[in-house]
Design a protein. Structure first.
Length: 97
């Protein structure tokens, strides 16, 4: 990923209403701000993955030959992404104070 792509993603996140993440104390440098937005975008990606997994589960073929585990892979990865970014934000808030 280039720096220009990262800046476009940050600008896109700033356009979402309420899309400004809570500032983590001690991470006021430009790298810290990028990391803060990255964790927030990781949480959004996890929510999107979980939602897509629920959608795939709703429309999947429920017969014996259907690929029944794929929606659960999407949902599991989404939940793991949410837990990872949430725990990192919590750890950084605890360390920076």
């Amino acid at each position: 990923m280039t720096m220009q792509t990262a800046m476009h993603m940050i600008n896109f996140a700033a356009d979402i209403p309420g899309g400004t993440p809570t500032e983590i104390q001690g991470l006021k440098t430009p790298v810290g701000e990028l990391f803060n937005y990255g964790l927030w975008l990781l949480m959004l990606a996890g929510a999107g993955g979980t939602g897509f997994g629920v959608y795939k589960l709703a429309v999947s073929d429920k017969s014996r030959s259907g690929g029944g585990s794929e929606p659960f892979k999407w949902m599991g990865a989404g939940v793991a992404s949410i837990l990872l970014s949430g725990s990192l934000i919590t750890i950084l808030n605890g360390i920076a104070k």
